[in-house]
Design a protein around this ligand. Sequence first.
Ligand SMILES: Cc1ncc(C[n+]2csc(CCOP(=O)(O)OP(=O)(O)O)c2C)c(N)n1
Length: 720
Amino acid sequence: MSTLNYFLITTFASCYFITVLIVFEIANLLKLELLKINHKFKMNKQIDQRAADNIRALAVAMVEKAKSGHPGGPMGGGDFMHILYSEFFNYDPTDMEWAFRDRFFMDAGHLSTLMYAQYYLLGNYAKDDVANFRQWGSITPGHPEVDVKRGIENTSGPLGQGHTMGVGAAIAAKFLEARFGDWMNHKIYGFISDGGIQEEISQGAGRIAGHLGLSNFIMFFDSNDIQLSTPTDEVTTEDTAMKYEAWGWNVVTIDGHNHDEIRKALTDANNQTEKPTLIIGKTIMGKGCVTADGSMFEGHCELHGQPIGATGADYAKTLANLGANTESPFDIFDDVQEFYKNLVAEKTAKAAEKKAEIATWRIANEALATKLDFFLSGELPELDFASVEHKAGLATRAASSGILGYLAENVENMIVSSADLSNSDKTDGFLKKTHALKKGDFTGAFLQAGVAELTMACIANGIALHGGIIPVVATFFVFSDYMKPAIRLSGIQELGVKYVWTHDAFRVGEDGPTHQPVEQEAQIRLLEKLKNHSGNPSFLALRPADSAETSVAWKMALENKNTPTGLILSRQGIKDIEPQGSSRYEEALAAEKGGYLVKEVENPDVVLIANGSEVATLFAAAEILESQNNLKVNIASVISEGVFRLQSKAYQNSVIPANTPLFGLTAGLPVNLEGLVGANGKVFGLEHFGYSAPASVLDDKFGFTGEKVSNQVLEYLKTV
Ligand SMILES: Cc1ncc(C[n+]2csc(CCOP(=O)(O)OP(=O)(O)O)c2C)c(N)n1
């Protein structure tokens, strides 16, 4: 062998040897990495299970200690919650009110422990908080009450409303995204149970979410086939998946305890661009419950709504089965604690990245960024309500239409909605200057809610909760009955929703008693007497007497950001109140005190009191009383008794004196004015359902003409 050959062979051999060595090393490294990944995966699997069990154990312990609550449902929902919050949900733990956080809207308020347990793992609650579930002064009330700083986005309890508010928030998010860009693509998650699915409102929420293609809305249905009194198959045979598919949803059914299936469903839902997603998670009521002898005790109706110790399950054995310390059941498991500590750090870092991205956007889009900040601040632009001119003798709904047209041009962050009555409730004044929201196009500002008053009101609550947008909803006053549960939640949650209610009295006329509100004003005004948790009247109800007062009422409504406002408006034209000076609008601004004198003389013989269109009737009566009976008459227009009662006693007395005869006129129940008129006064109102006939005929038949009212006053004055 030549030296050259020898050299070539040895070189080749050593190269070969080195290559084999390298390949071998790489393979080893790869194997090691795979092993590590596998180990981590197994660890994760283990920790996921432990975290979900920890949530279950906490929920059980909270209910047991409180001696009341609903343990079974949270035990089923724990797996979804943990996977959602650990792998998908984006928020900034150091800045809970960050406007671009994902939102979680709980429908099944009775499952509050599920949220408290989850947010306890995330550090939003202390051990004492969860241990004091449902107790006086605790921050863990029986049903969740909005508390954004701790992650509670909405108050819930009345089933069906929570997820509908989520739909509202999803609409708000799309509205803002259409104006400021895709970078704000946060998600709205909903959590619903059998009860919410059965509530009628889910029809409206499901229809609208599908119709508008709310791809940013992802709802988990905790489908455990058990409800409070019975298994669900005793009350329903519907195919829920088909129902939601028919509404245009993306629907997937999974094992709600299988973490990989939850993960995949959430991944797919997050990639949706066209449709909202319903993840039907088949879960087990009371997952993990065992009896005293250690056998499983799951899926029972009795686990729904009482401490598990009061059922066939054994409390201590169940805690042990879930891996909890039976002596200190409110502990977070060590490994779960460690996992969540890291998770919170990761979430914070991820949010910081997103915030940096947003900061770059802000630099490149200065004007838009300023506008966005303005929207989110909740401030109003400079508005000049006096500049809106009204023709003489308008119905207050028509005056409202003029204001809405002005607002359409001057307030860019309003969504006005009507339950298929925009041309009657006159929100078309707004609609004509914008266009309706549509699937794929949220550049408009009008929501055609369809005939679904409760859904619409609830959506408005959700829009308000999301922030950045002022929601306005409209329908006939008589149908405020259909909205009442949502109005109540607007009040409890202190939301600045604006309700526009037109066709405010029997003067609806020919439509008859079904359409003629009588007791509605009394019902709504009860909320003015009911204080919210901030100690303020929970609602502001305004029934303006003419066009100028309607402008003032809108001003009051917009400036009232922390409680809902209702504008109660007439169908029929109303004679405007004559200005006593130069500007009727300036004088009508006194309505901001709740009530004021629209006609004032010294030492009146009688003070006539009304609101809305009855004020004009009082003017007609006063004319007769003065010209034919030589009486001196004052007239007070009280747009809101609630606001009036907040004024000084001296002011109240200057409008409604204690020692002068008082006569009230209302097209609603007399109780509307009895508080103002007092025991010595008289109120003439309606004490029966209406009838179908032209409005002027009803005025005459029911005694609401100037002449008939003047006779009533004279009769009354004989008695004082
Ligand atoms: C509007 C409304 N009606 C009734 C109730 C009372 N309620 C609370 S939970 C519940 C049963 C709901 O069953 P489901 O949603 O299946 O909850 P789970 O049994 O899974 O906990 C009922 C009727 C309510 N909270 N809201």
